[in-house]
Design a protein around this ligand. Sequence first.
Ligand code: CUA
Length: 196
Amino acid sequence: MAEPSENPPQRPLPDGIVPEEVVTRTEKHWVIVMAAMLVIMMAVIVETGVAGALHPATNVEAIDSETLHLGGEFVESNLGTAIEPDGSATVRLIAEQYDFVPHCVRVPADTPVKFRLTSADAVHGFLLPDTNVNTMLVPGFVAEVRTRFAQPREYEMPCHEFCGLGHHAMWTKVSVEPKDRFAAQGPLERTSCAQQ
Ligand code: CUA
């Protein structure tokens, strides 16, 4: 057995201690693995954003959330689906603890649809799966989202921002109907499919 050297750096390492070069090499490997994971996650975010045309709302429109019901665009008689002179549809909804008003809306398929949404109290969320419609509803602001539904389909839409104790029970329904069936309905029926 070799005599212990007087010079500490030249002494052999005791059992169980990993040499510095091995530690450095292992750390470098893990830094590369972590960097690759970050690059992959960023690429997925960019890819889904570009492919799904997801982007932050471009309009900033303020509104007084305390007087929504008293007059203006979000007065009760103006809520639901309206058909514009150019044939497109505009849907106006108010989110409030813990429901959307109206609770169910009809929209025609294969038609440009503009959602105009706002909140009367807390921050709520509005998301239609498999579409570009995904927005927060912040009191004091109007959120506007434009889309087009290719096929008739029923969307059940839970609020997806935690807004209080009744959050889990807050949802609405968006019913996309064939264009001709939608057109055959009277103005009141078109406005909403919530039970009157
Ligand atoms: Cu409204 Cu959660």
